[in-house]
Design a protein around this ligand. Sequence first.
Ligand code: SF4
Length: 403
Amino acid sequence: MPAATGPAGAAAAESKNNPEPAPAGARTNIFDFDRVSLEDFFENVLGEKRYRAHQVMKWIHHRYVTDFDDMTDLGKALRAKLHQHAEVRAPMVIHEKPSVDGTHKWLIGMDPMNAIEAVFIPDKGRGTLCVSSQVGCALNCQFCSTATQGFNRNLTTAEIIGQVWVAARHLGNIPHQQRKLTNVVMMGMGEPLMNFDNVVRAMSIMRDDLGYGLANKRVTLSTAGMVPMIDKLGEVSDVSLAVSLHAPNDELRTELVPLNKKYPIEELMAACERYVKRKPRSSITFEYTLMKGVNDQPRHARELARLMRQFDNATQMKDAGKVNLIPFNPFPGTRFERSAESDIRAFQKLLLDAQVLTMVRRTRGDDIDAACGQLKGQVMDRTRRQAEFRKTLAAQGADDAAA
Ligand code: SF4
């Protein structure tokens, strides 16, 4: 069966690696497969025609059916074979919380000890799902609630695409017909480029017509600046890229985003330049969380404008870099505060006056702790960071908040 044409075909073609085989005696979770790897599974493990994989993908991702017996266009013998070798195991929703502004948050259990959060944010004409890629995060950005939880493990492809499935089913989303889910951003818990293969495979399902049928530009991966992996992503994928910049110079950025010590701004911008110059060309969004008195002063805005102009020149593309200003969302125990509204507007004006395309992200879902940077989940920490954070909170007399 030929691969589909257009974006879905491109998405299917990029996934080269098949997922890890299930341990002996265990059944394979179909959620772990994108189109190519599921076709391989049907051909090599089940001894079936490759196109059968397409029928199963449609049942799962378009109709939210997880029982093979309900997949009525599959023959009885194939259903029996599927029962023997595979299962469709959706992640378990532990808790869900709607916000007054329409935002919806899910706490999703990944194993008995760990849970992550996913958030749906509806807006005029679009619905964006913010998806997690790891249980916790190892990168320790100083202004991030997830970082205080420490790190446990990477999510599997099934656990990443499972978040999309849970949200899409809740919304009654029907790809190509009744589209409620229009965008996915890999901006939840974790650094997606540190879980490369599973994230790329999950993004392939998001963009495949047999999956959620989203256009390349409607799937965004956000990174803190894993330079070599940005290049690797550019080789295999056409998704939109967002970079968590948060400071316009190395001294301040290293303080806020410790990864900057390894990959300083010059190296990061060079990797972004290479990403933009691929074909088709696409701009990059630079995320900049504004914190009172830390990175929100006029001198920071001027430095940032210079950096963006240099980026336009290097890429020879107008608006190659867009800036997304995010008012800081406080969480218990943080030493940072949100910038004053007047400072946020003044910062944006300085950038706009310097011809830098700049948006301010409206805060959504803060009544349910679902705003940007507030996701926490439940992490069986392997880094001791939770313990350190609790000690800091206790020293501040905020023990309750640390519990
Ligand atoms: S901001 Fe992102 S990369 Fe940094 S600690 Fe938080 S989740 Fe990790």
